[in-house]
Design a protein around this ligand. Sequence first.
Ligand code: 13P
Ligand code: SF4
Length: 335
Amino acid sequence: MDIKTLQEEIAALKERLSVTIVAHYYQKDEVFEIADITGDSLELAKRAKETDSEWILFCGVGFMGQSVKIIAPEKRVAMPKIACCAMARMIDSTYFDEAVEAMENAGVAKEDILPITYINSGAEVKAKVGKMGGAVCTSSSAVTIIKKARESGKKILFVPDRCLGQNVARQMGLKSAVIGIDDEKAIKEADIVCYNGFCSVHQLFSVKDVEFFRKRFPGIKIAVHPECDPSVCEVADFVGSTSQIIKYVQSLPPEQKVAVGTEYNLVHRLRDKNTYVLSATKPECPTMNETTLEDVYNTLKEIEKGSPVNEIHVDEETRKWAKVALERMFEYVGA
Ligand code: 13P
Ligand code: SF4
């Protein structure tokens, strides 16, 4: 089937079934176009739980669909493709425990550690964080959550994204250190101790790219996601989550040139003669790009037949504690 026909078939299937299709901004255009709800990870987590359909079909990566299931267990959540975020896979509950141990070895007592996990993590890690009194954050809520967490007077353990942790620390004028890179003294003295995970897509953007665009188009603005390396964020004009980048680009006068450092599908959608991708390569998130219209169509057909595939399940004990960490985020951001 061609794209148009597939989209029509999907629309007809959606009419017959109680399904809401949700898509992250990084999805392919043809998938993004058929979604009922689109947004960044915070918006999707908030809005998906408010729908009244029985099924959520989540076009994104695993931790995103899993977050909906954690918040709204009564919903049935399926993913057209079991696509994973590589960064979320860089930490599990064992590595989390080891990160806590590394802080203890550096002289920080466990009761003085407050963990914050980026939403790009699995349910087990969120559950560990919830049990220790911590919260989830997204790229758009990280500063608010860390400000709130700091009221406890404890040292923050930030997992799994080193860059987001370091960028927030820089923005708030706090000291950061990275487990596995910095020594015990630096860890003991830091306000935010970061786990050494990263997003390989956002690592593609470099200071050289910024310099290249500034030389080629004097006066150009540079907007990047906080998953980019701190060296890049430091020299950018704007640092923000996917939604914040969209708002920023749209607020610029039409003649203002801007180069954007985040995932290709999103930037491409924004692209006009004055908006550029801040890279000579094509910075696509490989797993986000795995979901196709055929996958969406096939998953809907399986739901219709009563034999759903790729359904998300989270065991109740894990779900309960992961929900505590997610709900803290909603409470802190007033959502
Ligand atoms: P947002 O929170 O900006 O949607 O980011 C999610 C993500 O995976 C970015 O790579
Ligand atoms: Fe994960 Fe990076 Fe893909 Fe975002 S762009 S989903 S952080 S791998």
